[in-house]
Design a protein around this ligand. Structure first.
Ligand code: AMP
Ligand code: ZN
Ligand code: FE
Ligand code: FE
Length: 287
């Protein structure tokens, strides 16, 4: 039995396989009634998502985004729900971040060629399509070129943060991103925190900057992990939220939309908080 909510999903507008319409249809069919499209550093899929939601009675669609940030030891991702995504300054910032993704992907392709695992830059761009280019697109090109058999293998051998083809890019710090999201009326949530080092210290800082939630029910997190993170969320007075982080490319960690044990109660608290902050008006409620 899955959850009726899924607050973390990707589409073709970043590195997901399904269009926003296909994604929403799939999630809705699976019983999801509260969902957020949260593409990487881009909100351009939201207009399509809102149109798709019109055909799903009872669905609440929350405008969202996932932003990458960096700390010396960790890659930290922050989700922003209920953002005023049409804010012009915010969009300018996102364009800068996407430009830095492009530059970085090109450098990674260069490194791969030096490693004797060439992929065509044009092909990577084709795979990424209109979307914000990301490492999964390079991984797919590596699979296509026959250098690896799976996306996971591409990450394990070349693309992970410690991999030989990895290149850094311009990123904000976690605190900067939380502040940015709060500035556009968003409710920020720390994404997939299981493997982050010094999580306590990070949460103190982020809570002060305006963090409201933390992903506890995420993808393939096991019951012990959920228990530990749930206690952390309680300790820092954060909403224990979650999502499948569905991308659609398969692999052992993948969970289908809504296939996470996220309870209804913290989701309801998120919706109430959005009401209190006058941010709920940016969600779409069908029917
Ligand atoms: P990027 O935004 O270019 O840094 O790529 C980040 C994305 O790569 C994440 O959202 C995941 O979808 C994917 N990713 C990161 N690490 C792995 C991994 N070890 N195996 C498969 N996919 C991964
Ligand atoms: Zn992704
Ligand atoms: Fe992420
Ligand atoms: Fe994600």
């Amino acid at each position: 039995m899955g959850s009726q909510a899924d607050l973390h999903l990707h589409s073709t507008f970043s590195d997901g396989k399904l269009t926003p319409t296909q994604l929403i249809e799939l999630a809705y069919r699976r019983g999801v009634r509260v969902l957020s499209l949260s593409d990487h550093d881009v909100t351009d899929g939201l207009p399509e998502a809102f149109r798709a939601a019109e055909h799903c009675p009872g669905l609440i669609l929350i405008p969202g985004i996932e932003m990458s940030t960096d700390l010396p030891a960790n890659e930290v991702h922050i989700l922003g729900h209920f953002i005023d995504w049409q804010n012009a300054t915010f969009q300018e910032r996102l364009v800068q971040l996407r430009d830095s993704r492009l530059l970085r992907a090109e450098k990674m392709v260069q490194k791969l060629s030096e490693l004797n695992k060439p992929v065509a830059w044009e092909r990577v761009q084709e795979i990424a399509g209109e979307g914000a280019v990301g490492r999964p697109h390079i991984a797919l090109a590596l699979v296509e070129a026959g250098h690896v058999t799976t996306v996971n293998e591409a990450f394990d051998l070349y693309l992970s943060r410690t991999g030989p083809a990895y290149v850094d890019r311009e990123k904000l710090t976690p605190v900067e991103v939380v502040r940015l999201l709060v500035e556009v009326g968003g409710l920020p949530t720390l994404a997939h925190p299981r493997d982050l080092e010094e999580l306590d210290e990070l949460l103190v800082e982020l809570r002060e900057a305006g963090l409201v939630g933390m992903e506890v029910y995420y993808q393939d997190y096991d019951p012990e992990t959920i228990e530990r993170l749930r206690a952390m969320a309680d300790k820092f007075d954060l909403l224990p939220l979650g999502g499948s982080d569905y991308h659609g490319w398969g692999g052992p960690q993948q969970r289908e939309p809504g296939d996470i044990p996220l309870p209804a109660e913290p989701v309801q608290r998120l919706l109430t908080l959005a009401e209190e902050r006058d941010a709920f008006k940016r969600a779409y409620r069908s029917g």
